[in-house]
Design a binder for this molecule. Structure first.
Ligand code: PGA
Length: 251
């Protein structure tokens, strides 16, 4: 009942030309796929060109970040309305690389979510624990704190616009993946927390993606888990063949 989502986080990779070529090939090769939602998160500079390519398709397009103020003198930042204007439907918020390298705290993440929703962007919120937190047995606490702080003041009418990506930080770009069972355990905790914050029906409908070294050879076992509804993919989304095999994991 929850349509699987396969999302590509291209991070700070590719030239505009390379992004265009990849987006064109993805668009052509996935034209007959109706049982999944595909979302591309290119870098800001690639967004207008990629938007042109996907505009008559069902492929979603998102920014990897957004600023929490609406408009004005914030040199170097990108506003939600500008993402929308450039063709975005989605935005990634709270990625661990943003939290760690750019010191985005709970409050920043919450303000960004409120701003993005006000601009009618769908939000993919990333949560996940570090290796140290996992080893200290506080994974559940970290994930619950991240969810509760992120969704402060988010109205229940906005739930259709939200996705969660559970990305254990120690699994991102490292080749290590959580076992499907371990990942599913955290996804269940996330859904339970969403039930508490919102309600059971909404939590049951929300897509919770797994991210962290998802590859063609491990996606199937992850997607077989009851509470894993998709994948947010970095490295393996940069090559056409591997991204297509991720999208076609069940064929
Ligand atoms: P990875 O990145 O697939 O390269 O581990 C995932 C992410 O950071 O979204």
């Amino acid at each position: 009942m929850r349509t699987p989502v396969i999302a590509a986080n291209w991070k700070m990779n590719l030239t505009i030309d390379e992004a265009v070529t990849l987006a064109q090939k993805i668009t052509t090769s996935t034209a007959d796929i109706a049982d999944k939602e595909i979302i591309l998160f290119p870098s800001f500079l690639q967004i207008p060109a990629v938007s042109d390519i996907i505009k008559n398709t069902n492929i979603g397009l998102g920014g990897q970040n957004v600023y929490f103020e609406g408009i004005g003198a914030y040199t170097g930042e990108i506003a939600g309305y500008q993402l929308k204007d450039a063709g975005c439907t989605h935005v990634l918020i709270g990625h661990s690389e943003r939290r760690h390298y750019f010191h985005e705290d709970y409050e920043t993440v919450n303000k960004k979510i409120l701003q993005a929703l006000a601009c009618n962007l769908k939000v993919m919120l990333c949560v996940g624990e570090s290796l140290e937190e996992r080893e200290n047995g506080v994974t559940e606490m970290v994930v619950v704190d991240e969810l509760e702080s992120a969704f402060q003041d988010v109205g229940i009418n906005k739930l259709q616009e939200l996705y969660i990506a559970y990305e254990p930080i120690w699994a991102i770009g490292t080749g290590k993946t959580a076992t499907p069972k371990d990942a599913n355990h955290v996804h269940k905790i996330i859904r339970k927390t969403l039930t508490r914050i919102f309600n059971e029906e909404a939590a049951g409908q929300m897509r919770i993606l797994y991210g962290g070294s998802v590859k063609p050879d491990n996606i199937k076992s992850l997607m077989q888990q009851e509470d894993i509804d998709g994948a947010l993919v970095g490295g393996a989304s940069l090559l056409l063949e591997s991204f297509l095999s991720l999208v076609n994991y069940n064929r």
